[in-house]
Design a protein around this ligand. Structure first.
Ligand code: ADP
Ligand code: MG
Length: 604
C-alpha cells in the first residue's frame, strides 16, 4: 500500500550529520574541538599532526587525564559530556567545549579512531567509529592520555567534501585556530606538523614569549603590557608600540575566559586608544585577555562561538581606550634630556653680577645662533672652567627672558643660587630645537611640539570641565545656509565643549559670544566654518571633539612665529610632560633622534 504520509522520522545517522554541520564546518573545526578537549583534560603537551590540510588526516595527541573504557565509547554519543549537568551550567562554564556534541559530530562525518588511557588504569581503550557507527572497541596498551585520529572528513557527505576550499585556505584556517589556542595557553607545550614538516614547536613559556613564538620575534619585542582590574572584568595582555603597527594582516586577538573571540566594537576601542598616532594605513597589533564572570557574557550567540556578547560592552569600551592610552604613554620611550643633574646649575643672583662678566671677544648677531645664545656659567665645586669653542654647545644656558641674546660670559666666584637644571640645547633654522639626550642628538620640530602640547592642554581642560573659552569683545555673527545650519546644530555641543559660546541670531545665524582662548577670534570663526563645511553631520561626538581640538591646537601653535631660547626650553619641558610626546595628535613625528651609535659610526 502506498504511504501517503509525508512526515517521517529521520534516522539518527542523518540527524547526527545535520547537527554535525553546525559544529564541523571544516577541518579547522575538528582541530579546534579536539585541541580544546585536550586542554579541558588537563594536558600539558599537545601534538597535532595534519595531512592535506586536514582533508585526509588529523591527529591530536595529549597527555591529559584520559578516559575509562566505558567513557571512551560514551564520549561519542550525542550530548555526552562530563562538563555540564543542566542548562544552568551553560551560563557558568569556564571550560572550552560545553555542548557535548563535538565528538559525536566529528564521528558522524568521518572515520575516527581513538586510543585513551587514564593513569590509574592498566590498559587503555581503542575505539573505532565510522560515520557515527561504532566499529570496534578493545582494550589495548597505550600511553596515558588521549590520541584521536580523524580521517577522511566528510567522506560520507560528498556535497560537504566538495565545498572544502583549496588546501592553502583550509590549512590557513587550521593554523588560525591553532594560533588562537596556543596564544591562550603558553604553559602548554604544542607541536604542529603538516605533511611531515614541523610548523610549530612551542615549549612551555610565558605570554610574551608565546606571542613571539607564534607571531614572530619582531611583534613579540614591541609589546606594551596592559593590566587593568575593574569590577566588570580583568583585562590583561599586550598592545603593539605605534612603531610596530603593520599595514597588512595585523595580529589582533581578543580572548575571553581563555577563548578567542572576535569583537569589532572593542577593536574600535583599541584603535581609539592609539589616538591617531599610528602611521597612515597602519593597524595596531594586540593581544587582550578578558577575565569575566561567565554570567556577564553570552557565548552562545554564534554556533562557532567566536562572537561573544558582553553585558557591559558600553562600560568596557572607555576602559579599553584608556588602558591602551596608558600603555602607550608609559612606553613613549621618553629619552631623558641630558640635564646636568648632579651638579645643579647655578646662575648669578642679580643683574649686578653682569658687571663681573668678561665680555667675550666675539660679537653676536640677532638671529638664532646657538653660539651667541650660550652662556658659560660656573657649576660650582666639580665644575671645570668653561672653554670657548665647540664644548660651549653642550653647556647650559640661562633663559634670555625674551630680551636680546646675552653674549657669552664667564662668571667669577660670586654668590650663586641653586636653580633647576637649565635647558641644554639650541634652536636651529628658527623652527627646530636641538638638544642632547641620553640616546643621542634630538631634533625637535617646534611647531609640532607646540601642537602636541596645546592639544594635551586643551583636552585636559575639557576633561577637568574647566572652561577654555573667553568672551569675544565684539561678537560676530556667523550665517549659514539651511543645510550647513543643520550640520552646525549637530556640531554645536561639541564646539561648546571646547569653549565656544553661541547665541541664536535669527533663523540660520548665530552670534559668537565666546571662543577658545588659544586662538584668535577670527581663527575661531574660521574653524567653525571649515569644520561645518567638512562635516556630513554624522560623526560621533568624541571623534568630532577631537578634530576640533586638533584644529585648535594647530592654529594656536602656528601663532608663535619666532622661537626664543626661553620658549624652546619651556616647550621641551612641556612636550615631555605630555603623555605622547613622540607624535602629534595627527600622527606626525615630533622629533628625530640621531642616536649616539650612528654618530660614533660616522665620525668616531
Ligand atoms: P564536550 O567537550 O562539550 O563535553 P565533546 O564531544 O567534545 O563534548 O567531548 C565529550 C566528552 O568526552 C568530554 O566531556 C570529555 O569527558 C571526554 N573527552 C573528549 N576528549 C577528551 C580528551 N582528549 N581527554 C579526556 N577526555 C576527553
Ligand atoms: Mg569538547
Amino acid at each position: 500500500m502506498q504511504d501517503n504520509n509525508t512526515i517521517h522520522t529521520l534516522s539518527s545517522a542523518t540527524i547526527n550529520q545535520i547537527a554535525a554541520g553546525e559544529v564541523v564546518q571544516r577541518p579547522a573545526s575538528v582541530v579546534k574541538e579536539l585541541t580544546e578537549n585536550s586542554i579541558d583534560a588537563g594536558a600539558t603537551q599537545i601534538d597535532i599532526v595534519v595531512q592535506d590540510a586536514g582533508r585526509t588526516f588529523i591527529k591530536v595527541i595529549d597527555n591529559g587525564k584520559g578516559m575509562s573504557a566505558e567513557d571512551s565509547v560514551k564520549a561519542f554519543e550525542r550530548h555526552a559530556t562530563s562538563k555540564i549537568n543542566d542548562a544552568q551550567d551553560l551560563f557558568s562554564l569556564r571550560t572550552m567545549g560545553f555542548r557535548g556534541e563535538a565528538l559525536a559530530s566529528i564521528a558522524a562525518v568521518s572515520r575516527v579512531e581513538m586510543f585513551t588511557k587514564r593513569e590509574s588504569d592498566e590498559l587503555g581503550s581503542h575505539v573505532e567509529i565510522n560515520g557515527g557507527e561504532l566499529a570496534l572497541q578493545e582494550f589495548t596498551t597505550c600511553k596515558n592520555g588521549t590520541q584521536i585520529i580523524v580521517k577522511d572528513i566528510f567522506y560520507n557527505i560528498p556535497v560537504r567534501r566538495k565545498f572544502l576550499k583549496k588546501n592553502e585556505t583550509e590549512l590557513r584556517n587550521i593554523l588560525n585556530v591553532f594560533q588562537q589556542v596556543a596564544l591562550v595557553y603558553p604553559s602548554i607545550g604544542f607541536t604542529f606538523s603538516h605533511n611531515g614538516s614541523v610548523l610549530f614547536n612551542l615549549k612551555k613559556e610565558n605570554f610574551r614569549q608565546r606571542i613571539a613564538s607564534v607571531c614572530g620575534e619582531k611583534t613579540g619585542k614591541e609589546l606594551l603590557s596592559i593590566d587593568v582590574d575593574t569590577v566588570l572584568a580583568h583585562i590583561s595582555g599586550f598592545v603593539s608600540t605605534p612603531a610596530s603597527a603593520v599595514k597588512k594582516q595585523p595580529s589582533q586577538y581578543f580572548f575571553v575566559n581563555g577563548r578567542y573571540i572576535q569583537h569589532p566594537y572593542f577593536a574600535k576601542a583599541v584603535a581609539m586608544g592609539y589616538d591617531k598616532i599610528l602611521p597612515q594605513d597602519s593597524k595596531p597589533q594586540f593581544f587582550l585577555y578578558f577575565d569575566i564572570e561567565p554570567d556577564k557574557i553570552d557565548v552562545n550567540i554564534h554556533p562557532t562561538k567566536t562572537e561573544v556578547k558582553f553585558e557591559d560592552e558600553q562600560l568596557l569600551f572607555p576602559i579599553i581606550v584608556s588602558a591602551v592610552k596608558e600603555a602607550l604613554a608609559s612606553s613613549c620611550s621618553m629619552p631623558s634630556l641630558m640635564f646636568d643633574q648632579e651638579d645643579k646649575i647655578e646662575i648669578p643672583v642679580s643683574v649686578n653680577d653682569y658687571d663681573n662678566l668678561k665680555q667675550p671677544p666675539v660679537t653676536h648677531n640677532t638671529s638664532y645662533n646657538p653660539f651667541s645664545l650660550h652662556q658659560q656659567v660656573s657649576t660650582g665645586g666639580s665644575a671645570k672652567r668653561s672653554v670657548e669653542g665647540w664644548e660651549s654647545l653642550y653647556s647650559s644656558s640661562k633663559p634670555t627672558e625674551g630680551k636680546e641674546p646675552v653674549p657669552q660670559y664667564e662668571t667669577s666666584e660670586e654668590p650663586l643660587i641653586k636653580s633647576k637644571p637649565a635647558f641644554n640645547g639650541f634652536t636651529f633654522d628658527g623652527k627646530y630645537i636641538v638638544c642632547a639626550t641620553e640616546k643621542g642628538l634630538m631634533i625637535i620640530n617646534a611647531y609640532r611640539a607646540s601642537v602636541r602640547v596645546l592639544y594635551d592642554k586643551l583636552s585636559n581642560m575639557i576633561k577637568s570641565g574647566k572652561s577654555v573659552g573667553q568672551s569675544v569683545m565684539f561678537p560676530e555673527v556667523i550665517e549659514f545656509n539651511q543645510l550647513d545650519n543643520t550640520t552646525f546644530k549637530s556640531l554645536k555641543s561639541s564646539f561648546e565643549a571646547v569653549g565656544y559660546k553661541f547665541e541664536p541670531f535669527g533663523q540660520t545665524a548665530w552670534q559668537i559670544a565666546a571662543v577658545p582662548s588659544v586662538v584668535s577670534d577670527s581663527e575661531a570663526i574660521e574653524i567653525i566654518k571649515d569644520l561645518t563645511a567638512d562635516s556630513d553631520g554624522t560623526s560621533v561626538e568624541d571623534v568630532l571633539r577631537e578634530s576640533i581640538l586638533v584644529r585648535l591646537a594647530e592654529k594656536g601653535a602656528s601663532k608663535s612665529k619666532s622661537l626664543t631660547m626661553e620658549m624652546a626650553s619651556e616647550l621641551v619641558e612641556s612636550l615631555f610632560s605630555t603623555k605622547m610626546p613622540a607624535y602629534t595628535p595627527q600622527g606626525n613625528a615630533v622629533y628625530y633622534v640621531i642616536d649616539s651609535e650612528t654618530i660614533k659610526n660616522k665620525i668616531g
